[in-house]
Ligand binder design. Sequence first.
Ligand SMILES: O=C(O)CCC(=O)C(=O)O
Length: 486
Amino acid sequence: MSREKLKEYILNKAEYPFVLRGMIDTWPAAKWTPYTLSDQLPEQEIRFRLGKKSEEDVQWETGCLYENATIPQFIEWSHGKCSHGNPLAPYSTVKYWCYADYKYMVKLFAEKCDILEAIQWETFGFPGRQGDDSTFWLGSQGSYTVCHYDTYGCNLVAQLYGRKQWLLFSPADMKALYPTRIPYEESSVFSEVNIDLPDLCRHPRYKEAVPYRVILEPGDVLFVPRQWWHFVKSLDTTISVNTWIELDCDNESRLHEAMTRLLACTVMSEMSESDSIQKIWLNPTEVATSFSQNMTYIKQVLTCINTDCTTSMTASYQDPEDRSSDVKRQKLDTVRDGLSAAKSCKLTDRIASPVDPTVLHHKYKQSLSNRITLDGRKKEYCSTLDKSVVSPLPGSHSVSDRSPSFIAGESSMCNDYTIVSDQFDKKHIIRIEPDVRQMTADNTWPDVHNQKMEEITDENIINSILHPDVINVICNNLLTSCKIKH
Ligand SMILES: O=C(O)CCC(=O)C(=O)O
């Protein structure tokens, strides 16, 4: 399969997650370790999030502790040997995990821009997309990201160091995952369920969710389709990077997010001016925007939908052959720092800031080199697959008794995939199977007799208003009443 075909598949066809193995060996970043990064960035302070290993409740970002530390200090801490002045010293590695998560590389490596070239998404058909369109994650064993889905784009994740477990759920599992918009963050819908330790009395429908589990090893690249839920946990000390790729249907999501923002910010400002409420309700990564600003976002998105303006905006600053290049989200502060608004898809920066067509132009001139010609050696390809990639986890829901199935003739997902050239002989594309045990589950789940009554709280009321299904109805109504093209 050529890179162009892979890209086309990612952008327009792929409905299920899959893993690409053995394709990033030539990336300079494939050799990254905490030690090599520590040599490159010995002084750079990074904000780490600290969570408790034994906590039974979901650890929202709003409830975590935060410390600024350097990578050398993180390494010392991981070895349990903190020298004087290490801000991580008070947190025992037995009790805490520590995560530098969701860091824009362009900011993190601002003093060392050449590092950004170590990431080369061109491998997957996205020429010019490198570290400046990527996000960086460095975590200790046990660190995790709560279950959520990203509202914009699809996602490519490269595992560079250590192993990470991903549990993915399809968008069809929305009800089973109890979506919540508190804490509020544009572009993320969180699940109320503590995936590691689900409380079935509180979330009985979680039984019906169908997890797709995979353990990523160094060198693996995971494709996460649009709006798939994911719960991600480091099994070792890990380094990974990812890039969110904009999709044509993101305009619809922008309208939903603009509506959610309007309601969330309005309610929050009415509820309380106090900092403490904002701290619980607003994710630390987010900023509250004013009523008039939020109305402006809605009007701008509607205008965009009506005039297909995102398409022309996108086309104006990208190589016409590569309309997909765009970062899924970028925070206000990075925009304030003078970075390109053109790369952002978040309402708070992209729509409010006109795109400068010159900003990204140089990047997308890069031609698609090394095109790989197609031939058809599917069988050979499948026989070389390493089954260990879908490896079982210790504990429940093991998948060790099922042989992983791969992209092959019987796969509805990728029927048309063929191996393409000698260069790809050792490269694997691996389908992730649903976790059958959790699906059938009679002996896995306890019977739930006492379903808990939810208390009637402000949070529950607001959450019902902000529920994605409700936002969907409002947006459809708006689109119809404004006679806007759907
Ligand atoms: O690696 C993680 O902890 C989470 C990654 C994630 O949420 C993403 O790439 O969308």
